[in-house]
Write a protein that binds this ligand. Structure first.
Ligand code: ADP
Length: 489
């Protein structure tokens, strides 16, 4: 391992291509190339970590753990709040680096997503300060519940929202008193490298936050198999989730898996039609590369014709193009490999007899990785496109006649991440909300995610919940202290 490489200039921001281990930048003999989806240009070569780098990083995190844990929540909070402040001072740089690296919309990043990153850190630091386990007496024994730090957390994140998702894991893990090793996504590692710079600027002790870049099967697998990692939190695909779940099972390590989705967006005839339509068209955000996206639109038959017309008209107004431009609604797909995967789903859906209402291919004007917003209607019941996660700007629309039919269609999936219901009838919202299997159900709204709420997936969408207390129940060793009452002088 070498010591340090030259920083890469990304849209005017200097970003280190190296790992961050024990408070130092560390490079590797081998590297991997990172491409910008905007124009498929090479952004740079990034250090490719493997077993050796993971060993170093876990060792650094293990050494930093006792002192960090001993600080207690109120001793750690000033560091974390400072980290949130530093992130807030760099929102513009973060946004442009993320957009150049993964093609997400710059405006959304600047105005919302990156701020949410700072909020994730601050929120969990504050929550930890007020976190109190219950206490009670039973049968002459005084019980109390304590949230102990658990050691080194391994955090593995995906490319669609890499900065936001790293902070969503880093915030509670560090606030809980753990130290962390983050393995960012190989397709979009750069904002996580900036997070390491910010941790240093905020004065986090060396070894508390470490970043090892690398390919999932190398660095990621080494992290999940490491004997000194006491928690694994993963967001990504179902296939990788299964592999990581097995690695965790081998060592009996608690694992949190937030995986894919094929979420229903149920539109009843009595709803606010314009709001439902706007939300349906909003599913093309981030070019559909969103695990929570409501990709299966289910519309009550009596309004289906108008809804499809509304989708057609609305889709024509969506601007596909450079995600750096404020007028753009839909940016590129992340890589050529991913584009081909999305094309494969579209071709198979067509071959199965599904009808393309609009879209269906790469934009003839833009080429590159710019895939048109696409809608399939009249989809055969057993078509793959209704079951598998595409992770692209591809929606399906099915119709239903009754509430029971809507519920049956909504639940006809192996996933259970989220569901959205549009209706003007609150009792119906409660009934359908209760009957749908999903980690989160939104009614007449979409994407509302308060950080105190539990978040995670049912069925194949994952294991575990994070958010509020749920994050601490995962990252901590929850302990019961039972003292015999009256046994002290
Ligand atoms: P996607 O590419 O769809 O986001 P992946 O599940 O492939 O989903 O990737 C999510 C994260 O998991 C990435 O950081 C990737 O490097 C990592 N990863 C991939 N394979 C493994 C593996 N076998 N072990 C650990 N991490 C992995």
């Amino acid at each position: 391992m070498l010591t340090q490489s030259k920083r890469i200039n990304i849209a005017g921001v200097e970003v280190s291509p190296d790992h961050y281990i024990g408070g130092k930048r560390v490079s590797s003999a081998s590297t991997f190339q990172v491409i910008s989806p905007i124009d498929e240009s090479v952004m740079g070569e990034v250090a490719a970590g493997g077993q050796a780098e993971i060993d170093l990083a876990v060792q650094a995190a293990k050494e930093a753990f006792p002192a960090w844990a001993a600080l207690g929540p109120s001793g750690r909070a000033p560091y974390l709040k400072k980290l949130a402040d530093v992130i807030e001072a760099h929102l513009e740089e973060l946004a442009i680096v993320e957009t150049t690296n993964n093609g997400s919309l710059l405006e959304a990043s600047r105005l919302r997503v990156m701020k949410r990153g700072a909020m994730n850190i601050r929120f969990f630091a504050e929550w930890a300060e007020t976190l109190k386990g219950e206490s009670w007496e039973a049968n002459g024994v005084q019980y109390s519940v304590h949230y102990d730090p658990s050691g080194v957390s391994g955090l593995i994140t995906p490319w669609n929202a890499p900065f936001m998702l790293s902070t969503w894991k880093v915030g509670p893990a560090l606030a809980a008193g753990n130290t962390v090793v983050i393995k960012p996504p190989e397709w979009a590692p750069f904002t996580c490298s900036l997070l390491a710079d910010f941790a240093e600027e905020a004065g986090l002790p060396a070894g508390v936050l470490n970043v090892v870049q690398g390919i999932g099967e190398d660095a990621g697998a080494a992290l999940t198999a490491h004997p000194d990692v006491t928690r694994i939190s993963f967001t990504g695909s179902e296939e990788t989730g299964k592999i990581i779940g097995k690695a965790a099972a081998d060592r009996i390590v608690p694992v949190s898996l937030e995986l894919g989705g094929k979420s229903p967006l149920i539109v009843f005839a009595d709803c606010d039609f314009a709001a439902a339509l706007r939300t349906a068209l909003g599913q093309y955000d981030n070019a559909g590369q969103v695990c929570l996206a409501g990709t299966r639109i289910l519309v009550e038959e009596s309004i289906a014709k108008d809804f499809i017309e509304g989708m057609k008209t609305g889709a024509k107004e969506l601007v596909l193009g450079d995600p750096r431009k404020p007028e753009t609604h839909v940016g590129p797909l992340i890589t050529r490999e991913h584009l081909e995967r999305v094309q494969g789903f579209v071709e198979r859906a067509r071959a199965a007899g599904a009808e393309v209402a609009y879209g269906g291919g790469v934009s003839s004007a833009l080429g590159g990785l710019y895939f048109e917003p696409t809608l399939f209607i009249n989809v055969p019941e057993d078509a793959e496109i209704l079951q598998r996660e595409v992770f692209g700007p591809v929606l399906t629309l099915q119709t239903f006649k009754t509430e029971e039919e809507a519920i049956a269609l909504a639940n006809h999936t192996d996933y259970g991440l989220a569901a959205t219901i549009f209706t003007g009838d609150e009792e119906r919202a409660n009934r359908v909300g209760a009957a749908v299997t999903a980690g989160t159900v939104w009614v007449n709204t979409f994407f509302a995610r308060d950080l105190s709420a539990p978040f995670g997936g049912a069925k194949n969408s994952g294991i575990g919940r994070e958010g509020g207390n749920w994050s601490f129940e995962f990252f901590c060793d929850v302990k019961t202290l039972a003292k015999r009452s009256g046994s002290f002088q």
